[in-house]
Design a protein around this ligand. Structure first.
Ligand code: NAD
Ligand code: UD1
Length: 343
C-alpha cells in the first residue's frame, strides 16, 4: 500500500489515479485545507477502483503513528504542503510549520514504523536565479527568494542529511526528490483538475478562469524580457505526465538494491512563452483571452526549463503530452466544472 499525503490535491489526485490504474493500493492522508473529497470520489469513478481516505494532518505525529500501525504501508509519496508563493511571504511561520515541520513529523513516523521509501514533491524554484537554463540536477541549489521556495530547499537538505545518517543502519531512508517544473492541464476525462481557492496566482488557471468568465482579463507580467517575444518562458508539464513520473520514481525505488538520495527534474525540457500559451489556448479551444501587458512580477525569471536526460535515462520516463493537450484538457476540466469541485 502507498501512503499519499496531500492526495486529494491537484497533483496528488492525478497521481492517486495513476497508482490505482497500475494496481497499487492507495491510502490518502489529507487535511482538506486546500482540497475536497470530491476529487477522490471522482478518482474512484474514473478508475473503477476504491482507495482509503483518512482526513488528518501531517503534523499530527500520534495520528501518523496510528496510520503506520493500521495499514501495511510500503512507501510514501509526500505532496502535502502549502504552495502559494505570495502567501508564504505573508505567513512564513505557517509555511515552515506545514512544509518543514510537517515533513519532519512524517519522516520520524516512517522511521519509527520501519518504512523507508519516500518520494518528495520539490520544485524547480530550488535552482534559484544564479544558473542559466536548462537546469541540471547536478547544479547546486541557488538562492531562494521566498519562504515557500526556502521550505522546499530546506526539506531537500533535511532529507539528504537523514539519508546520509541512516545509510549504514538497518533502516536506511531511500529518498527521491522530484523537482517539478510548471504542472498544468487536467485528466482527459475532464473530471479532475486544478481548483485553486480565490484568485489564481499561476498563469494557466488564470487563463482558464478568464476563458470561463470568472475573471475579466489576463495581465501578462512583462513583455520586455530577453525572450523570443518578450514574455516569460517556462517549462509546462501535463499533470498526467507528472503523475506518471511519480510511478516511474516509485518503481525505480522498489528495484533499488541500496537506499539512495536521488534527484530528478520532472519537466518537458521545452520552453513556452506566456504569449505562446495564451495563443495555443485560444487557437485550440476557440475562445478569446482578453489580456493587457502589466509590469514584471517581482521574483520572476525570464526563462526556466529543465534538463530532462537524467529522468529519461534512470527512470525511463519522459513527457508524452504536448502544449495542445495541456490547453485542451485544462479547458475541458474548466468548462465542465466552471466552479471547480463546488457544485
Ligand atoms: P495542492 O494544494 O492542490 O495539494 C496539496 C494538498 O495537501 C492539498 O490537498 C491540501 O489539502 C493538503 N495539505 C496541506 N497541508 C496539509 C497538512 N498539514 N496535512 C495534510 N494535508 C495537507 O497542491 P499541488 O499543486 O497538488 O502540489 C502538491 C505538492 O507539489 C506541494 O508540496 C507543492 O508545493 C508541490 N509543487 C507544486 C507545484 C505546482 O505548480 N502545483 C510546483 C512545484 C511543487
Ligand atoms: C510560480 C512560482 C514558483 C512555484 C510555481 C508553482 C513565483 C515567482 N514563482 O512559478 O515558485 O514553484 O509557481 O506554484 O511566483 N504570468 C503572467 N500572468 C499571470 C500569472 C503568471 O503573465 O497572471 C507569467 C509569469 O510572469 C511567468 C509565467 O506566466 O512568466 C508562469 O507563471 P506561474 O504560472 O505563476 O509560474 P512560475 O512563475 O514559473
Amino acid at each position: 500500500m502507498i501512503l499519499v499525503t496531500g492526495g486529494a490535491g491537484y497533483i496528488g489526485s492525478h497521481t492517486v489515479l495513476e497508482l490505482l490504474n497500475d494496481n497499487y493500493k492507495v491510502l490518502v492522508l489529507d487535511n482538506l485545507s486546500n482540497a475536497s473529497v470530491e476529487s477522490l470520489q471522482r478518482v474512484e469513478q474514473i478508475s473503477g477502483r476504491k482507495l482509503t481516505f483518512v482526513q488528518g494532518d501531517i503534523r499530527d505525529e500520534a495520528g501518523l503513528h496510528e496510520l503506520f500501525s493500521a495499514y501495511p504501508i510500503e512507501a510514501v509519496i509526500h505532496f502535502a504542503g502549502l504552495k502559494a508563493v505570495g502567501e508564504s511571504v505573508e505567513k512564513p511561520t505557517e509555511y515552515y510549520d506545514v512544509n518543514v515541520n510537517g515533513s519532519l513529523c512524517l519522516v520520524r513516523a516512517m522511521q519509527k514504523a520501519g518504512v523507508s521509501k519516500l518520494v518528495f514533491s520539490s520544485s524547480a524554484t530550488v535552482y534559484g536565479e544564479e544558473a542559466p537554463a536548462p537546469y541540471k540536477e547536478s547544479m547546486p541549489r541557488g538562492t531562494t527568494t521566498n519562504p515557500y521556495g526556502t521550505s522546499k530547499a530546506m526539506v531537500e537538505q533535511i532529507l539528504t542529511d537523514i539519508h546520509a545518517a541512516s545509510k549504514n543502519t538497518a533502516n536506511p531512508l531511500d529518498v527521491t526528490l522530484l523537482r517539478y517544473f510548471n504542472p498544468i492541464g487536467a485528466h482527459e476525462s475532464g473530471l479532475i483538475g486544478e481548483d485553486p481557492q480565490g484568485i489564481p496566482n499561476n498563469l494557466m488557471p488564470y487563463i482558464s478562469q478568464v476563458a470561463v468568465g470568472r475573471l475579466p482579463e489576463l495581465s501578462v507580467f512583462g513583455d520586455d524580457y530577453e525572450t523570443s517575444d518578450g514574455s516569460g518562458v517556462r517549462d509546462y508539464i501535463h499533470v498526467v505526465d507528472l503523475a506518471k513520473g511519480h510511478l516511474a520514481a516509485l518503481n525505480k525505488m522498489f528495484s533499488n538494491k541500496e537506499a539512495e538520495c536521488a534527484i530528478y527534474n520532472l519537466g518537458s525540457g521545452k520552453g513556452t512563452s506566456v504569449f505562446e500559451l495564451v495563443h495555443a489556448f485560444e487557437h485550440e479551444n476557440g475562445v478569446k483571452i482578453p489580456y493587457k501587458v502589466a509590469p514584471r512580477r517581482a521574483g520572476d525569471l525570464a526563462t526556466c526549463y529543465a534538463a530532462v536526460d537524467k529522468a529519461a535515462k534512470e527512470l525511463n520516463w519522459r513527457t508524452e503530452k504536448t502544449i495542445k493537450d495541456m490547453v485542451r484538457d485544462t479547458w475541458r476540466w474548466q468548462s465542465n466544472n466552471p466552479n471547480g469541485y463546488k457544485k
